[in-house]
Design a protein around this ligand. Structure first.
Ligand code: S3P
Length: 438
């Protein structure tokens, strides 16, 4: 599925941010574990959360999805092993979190995924889960399919994370939660903390302490408490596409409502403000232990910036769209310490570099980052840009059309539906003209 985006001078309107992908996947897992009738609102009805929900249904959970509402129905007997492979589609979060969740429940299963997911590294999760007592294995090169057999999760496991990854942290926490064992996880840099916040929201015994530049998380065995409702906050990562679009458009004023403002996710706001962005936050409040608010954005003159270190895990999914802001900015932007981008849905550093090359934006690629020299206005080649099947790369380059002299063509856009199913509709409502081609 290929899309062409035309240069659109004006963007305006008020839109509601789609539900958070990370939270949507966590809430179907945790509410299935509680196994009590409950309604989830604002669920992200995108392919990734749907894959995760279907995987849980395959092992016996009572989940019914209807648009952005999800009904959890208490099951008499829940969680059984599956003799059919469980397909997590494109979802790295789905497969990695489920590994811990199911290992703690002693479920036998084979977890697999699409062409992209079966190339992604899983030992970062299977290694600590094995140390915890799980019986779990990958292919010889550490990729899916992942096979889970009955193991025995030990009590009081301590894990110092060698990489900064919320997926790894969450998988370990979920293994301890479902097996009702104590665990302590230490992270060197703060990564997104939705799992911790959700466990706390449902009454779990979890303590989070500052530890050097990161955190120490201690989860003690406890019974989670049922709740009748859960509202999923809007996805800051999806909002970031709208935010940057609003900043780089020639004339814009947009209001994005109900955006998740969890501090471990919203670092891009500080970076963009430092770059000179006109961004205002309204109506800040708390919902289900997560901060939310409305974000107002208008056209801005951006300046380049240098970033690296502890902020990187906080903005890891926003770096593709930050690269487009950098291309529109005055001067150089340098992004370092972001090697993790190489093992996302695509090698995002290579994908960003390839796309910027087609747009004739000067860049220098590093092993762990990229330097981008802003050009204000893009003069692309006539060639199409490859998203490498990566939703965030596809959306970023479609948005670059706002500063382009010519139309921008992006191929392989189908995975936009994994995280932002109404991207074309919302962008179209705001004034970005896009159409299918080929
Ligand atoms: C996610 C964590 C991040 C992020 C991914 C979602 C999560 O991955 O890139 O899109 O929901 O925990 P890592 O934790 O591997 O960095």
């Amino acid at each position: 599925m290929n899309f062409l985006a035309k240069n659109s001078a004006t963007l305006d309107g008020e839109i509601r941010c789609p539900g958070d992908k990370s939270i949507s996947q966590r809430i179907v897992m945790i509410s299935s574990l509680i196994n009590s009738d409950m309604k989830i609102s604002g669920f992200l009805n995108g392919n990734d959360p749907i894959s995760t929900a279907n995987a849980l249904i395959q092992v016996g959970a009572g989940i019914k999805i209807s648009g952005t509402d999800v009904i959890i129905k208490k099951q008499d007997s829940i969680f059984k092993s599956s003799d059919q492979p469980i397909d997590l589609g494109n979802s790295g979060t789905g497969i990695r979190l489920l590994m811990g969740f199911l290992a703690g429940l002693n479920i036998k299963a084979i977890l697999t995924g699409d062409e992209s997911l079966i190339k992604r590294p899983m030992r970062r999760v299977t290694d600590p889960l094995t140390q915890m007592g799980a019986d779990i294995s990958t292919t010889d090169i550490g990729t899916p399919p992942v096979e889970l057999n009955s193991g025995n999760i030990i009590n009081d496991f301590l894990y110092k994370m060698p990489i900064s990854s919320a997926q790894v942290k969450s998988s370990i926490l979920l293994a301890a939660l479902t097996s009702k064992k104590k665990v302590t996880v230490i992270e060197n840099k703060i990564t997104r903390d939705h799992t911790e916040k959700m466990i706390d929201y449902f009454g779990g015994d979890i303590q989070v302490e500052t530890y050097k530049n990161g955190r120490k998380i201690i989860l003690n065995p406890s019974e989670l408490q049922p709740r009748q409702n859960y509202n999923v906050a809007g996805d800051f990562s999806s909002a970031s596409f709208l935010i940057v679009a609003g900043l780089i458009a020639k004339s814009s004023n947009i209001l994005i409502k109900n955006v998740g403002l969890n501090k471990s996710r919203s670092g891009l706001l500080n970076i963009l403000k430092e770059m000179g962005a006109n961004i205002k936050i309204h109506n800040q409040q708390e919902s289900c232990n997560e901060k939310i608010g409305d974000i107002e954005v208008s056209s801005s003159n951006l300046n380049g910036i240098e970033i690296g270190g502890t902020i990187i895990p906080n903005i890891i999914d926003e770096i593709p769209i930050l690269s487009i802001a950098a291309a529109a900015a005055n001067g150089k932007t340098i992004i370092k310490d972001a090697k993790e981008l190489r093992v996302k849905e695509s090698d995002r550093l290579e994908a960003i570099a390839a796309g910027l090359g087609k747009l004739n934006v000067p860049f220098e690629l590093y092993e762990d980052g990229i330097q981008i020299s802003g050009v204000n206005e893009l003069s692309p080649d006539d060639d199409e840009i490859d998203s490498y099947g990566d939703h965030r790369i596809a959306m970023s380059f479609l948005i670059s059309s706002l500063i382009s002299k010519k139309d921008i063509r992006v191929k392989n856009c189908e995975n936009i539906y994994t995280s932002f199913p109404n991207f074309f509709e919302l962008m179209g409502d705001m004034g970005l003209k896009m159409e299918r081609y080929g």
